[in-house]
Design a protein around this ligand. Sequence first.
Ligand code: NAD
Ligand code: MG
Length: 399
Amino acid sequence: MSSAAAGTAGITLLGATGSIGMSTVDVIRRHPDRFHVTALVARSQVARMAELCVEFQPRYAVMEGAAQAGQLRELLQQRGCRCEVLSGVTAMEQVAAATETQLVVAAIVGAAGLLPTLAAARAGKRILLANKEALVMSGQLFMDTVRANAAVVLPVDSEHNAIFQCMPADATEDIQRAGVERILLTASGGPFHSLELSKLETVTPEQACKHPNWVMGRKISVDSASMMNKGLEVIEACWLFNARVDQIQVVIHRQSVIHSMVQYRDGSVLAQLGNPDMRIPIANALAWPERIDSGVAALDIFQVAHLDFAAPDLGRYPCLGLAMQAARAGGTAPAVLNAANEIAVGAFLDKKIRFTQIATVVEDTMGACPPGSAQSLEAILAADEQARAHAMRQIHKRG
Ligand code: NAD
Ligand code: MG
């Protein structure tokens, strides 16, 4: 296989057919001298997966379901592609831990990414983390697993990648000693930032998915509109940078040019800027500590001209407040928050509940599922399941 040329790093791409997956593929395609694809994982987009397999000739391709795996196998046979097609979560865990793989890009959306990402941590891989929900659910357990197995986590989420770039390499173990005082986590405010509050009740999934600055998957687009995404990112930042919730300040910055900032004891504030294109953080994480071409045009600061900042209004964004509450409560509270949100966002996308009911369902579920210890995977998965069941009952009642 020419793509697996000696000396290039093998990549397992979890969530290959999604928005992050396709941006990753675009960067990898530019650097055949550095990377080759070992395994691709996706849920249901068989045709797109077939194209990727033909182009990158991975050793393994995994679909969530056996039926999709069967369809993919057939397509690949017709096209003379000899990659091994598997299905199911165990196969995803196996390819995340495969010896041929050095880099695992965790870009499955939602809790479904937890088990394969944890398997990569257990196998001591370099993990490029986009799948924030996995970390939100299992923060302590995940970071403990990373440390115990000498795995490395490199943030792909644009804000966390920016923070990472603004900190000294070893700062994350002890940000106090590194002189970090605050993390300024930027947020665009989403498509409903200036909408009259009374109109929020009637917004449609199509409107929610029309983000002003980023093109993303549907779930994270809705999370951006409700700012639950920023709430999940606060929790993500606490774990990645060993920070307390009160050290993180969310800042509305409509232009999405600054991707986050770090404020130091001496009054310095470091920021990372760039065009809003996920290929920048992806390229940064893929090549770290080196720098490679991401395919993104240089930032034209004269065209940007202005940068605006404002504090978020928790009345407009109740999901952000709920996430901060879960972050402070700790234990299984973030897993409950995340599970309820996934169910509520799914129901909103299916037009079963209103946009404003996402927060109601999450709040109600958090009230009904008090946090317990999140020390074991079993406890986390049980909390996730209980919260999903409760959120679904709420939605049926409302629907
Ligand atoms: P997406 O919906 O576009 O893609 C999701 C991918 O996950 C697809 O390849 C899908 O096949 C796969 N997938 C979904 N369920 C699966 C399952 N059960 N088993 C196996 N594969 C499954 O989502 P996205 O926008 O690419 O986001 C992916 C992750 O990255 C999310 O956690 C999101 O929060 C995070 N993220 C995305 C962006 C962005 O710009 N899109 C930015 C920062 C972080
Ligand atoms: Mg982000």
